[in-house]
Design a protein around this ligand. Structure first.
Ligand SMILES: NC(=O)c1ccc[n+]([C@@H]2O[C@H](COP(=O)([O-])OP(=O)(O)OC[C@H]3O[C@@H](n4cnc5c(N)ncnc54)[C@H](OP(=O)(O)O)[C@@H]3O)[C@@H](O)[C@H]2O)c1
Length: 290
C-alpha cells in the first residue's frame, strides 16, 4: 500500500517540487494550496502522478481539521507530514509593525505547530512516521534585515527539537531542514518587505545597501530548489534521520560553527534522561517521613 504524505505550501518552490519528487518515489501526496485556483504549476509538474491538491491555509483551524479529515478518510491514514508553508519578511526590526511580525509567526510557527499537533494521533497510528519541518539557515543564525523571519524560524527550531525528543519514544521522527538560499518564489512573487521600509529613518543608510547586497548574494549563490525536495524525500525514507539537515550555500559551515555540541550527543543524553525519568516514574514513591 502506498504511503501517504501531506505537504503544505505546494503552489511553488520546495513544496511543489517535493510533492512531485515524493509522488515519483511512490508516495500518495496530498499537496496543500491556499486556493485550488493556484494549482496550475503544481498540476503541470505532477501530471500523471498521485498528487491530490487540497485546500490548506495553515493559519485556518477549520482548513487544518478538514484537510486531515479528508486525508484519513480517503487514504486510510497519514505516514508523514511536511510543514513547508512559509513566508519571509524583510525589514529592520524597529521598522516591523506588530501585525506584520504576528503574521509571520502565524504561518511559520503557529501554523506548523497546530497542524502537527492535530496530525499526531494519525501519525502515531502509522508509526514509524515522520514530521519534516522546513526551517532555514536563518533558524540557526540571524542576519540584519531578516529578524522577524529569523525569530519565527528560531522558534520553529526550538519547538521541533523538543518534539523530536518527546515523539521519538512514540515512533514519530521529527526532522528539521535548514536550507540556505534557493531560487524560489520567496525571492519573487512572495517577496515581502515591512511597511516601515518606506520611512526608514535612522536605518536609511543600511536599508538600501542591505537590500542590494542581499539581492546580489541571492543572484550569485542561490541554488536549484530540486536539491531541497530530493533531500526531503530522502528523509521520508530514512529510518534514522538526523535532527538537522543544513543544506545549500555555506549553511554547512554556519551550522558547524554553531554546533559546539553535536546533536547526536545531546539526543543520546536526553534519551538517557527520559529513560531514567520513566524508570523513576514506574517505581513506588519513597516512604514519607512521619
Ligand atoms: N527559498 C529559500 O531560499 C529558502 C531558504 C530557507 C528556507 N526556506 C523556507 O522554505 C519554505 C518554502 O518556501 P519557498 O522558498 O519554496 O518559497 P515559495 O515558493 O514562496 O513557497 C512558499 C509556499 O508557502 C505557501 N504559504 C504561505 N503562507 C501560507 C499559509 N498561511 N498557508 C499555507 N501555505 C502558505 C505559499 O503559498 P502562496 O504562494 O499561495 O502564498 C507557497 O506555496 C518556507 O518555509 C521558507 O521559509 C526557503
Amino acid at each position: 500500500m502506498p504511503r501517504v504524505v501531506l505537504i503544505t505550501g505546494c503552489r511553488s518552490g520546495f513544496g511543489l517540487l517535493t510533492a512531485a519528487a515524493a509522488a515519483r518515489a511512490g508516495w500518495t501526496v496530498y499537496a496543500g494550496l491556499r486556493s485550488l485556483d493556484h494549482g496550475a504549476a503544481l498540476a503541470e509538474a505532477t501530471a500523471g502522478l498521485d498528487v491530490r491538491p487540497i485546500v490548506l491555509d495553515v493559519t485556518s483551524a477549520e482548513q487544518r481539521d478538514e484537510a486531515l479529515r479528508r486525508v484519513v478518510a480517503e487514504a486510510g491514514g497519514l505516514d508523514a507530514l511536511v510543514n513547508n508553508a512559509g513566508r519571509a519578511l524583510g525589514g529592520f526590526l524597529e521598522l516591523v509593525e506588530e501585525d506584520e511580525l504576528r503574521a509571520v509567526m502565524e504561518t511559520n510557527l503557529f501554523g506548523a505547530w497546530a497542524l502537527t499537533r492535530a496530525a499526531l494521533p494519525h501519525l502515531r497510528a502509522r508509526a514509524p512516521s515522520t514530521v519534516v519541518m522546513v526551517s532555514s539557515a536563518s533558524g540557526r543564525m540571524a542576519i540584519p534585515g531578516l529578524g522577524a523571519y529569523a525569530a519565527s524560524k528560531f522558534a520553529l527550531e526550538g519547538l521541533s527539537e523538543a518534539w523530536r525528543h518527546e515523539l521519538r519514544p512514540l515512533g514519530v521522527r521529527v526532522v528539521l531542514i535548514e536550507p540556505g538560499a534557493y531560487r524560489t518564489d520567496i525571492f519573487g512573487r512572495n517577496r515581502q518587505l515591512s511597511r516601515g521600509i518606506a520611512t526608514p529613518g535612522v536605518y536609511a543608510p543600511w536599508v538600501a545597501g542591505m537590500d542590494q547586497l542581499f539581492t546580489a548574494m541571492v543572484d550569485r549563490v542561490a541554488r536549484d530548489p530540486v536539491e531541497v525536495a530530493d533531500t526531503i524525500v530522502r528523509v521520508l525514507h530514512d529510518p534514522h534521520p538526523p535532527l538537522r539537515y543544513a543544506i545549500g550555500p555555506s549553511t554547512g559551515l554556519r551550522a558547524a560553527l554553531r554546533a559546539l555540541v553535536p546533536d547526536r550527543l545531546t539526543e543520546w543524553l536526553i534519551a538517557r534522561i527520559l529513560r531514567h525519568a520513566r524508570e523513576r516514574g514506574a517505581q513506588p514513591p519513597p516512604p514519607q517521613n512521619p
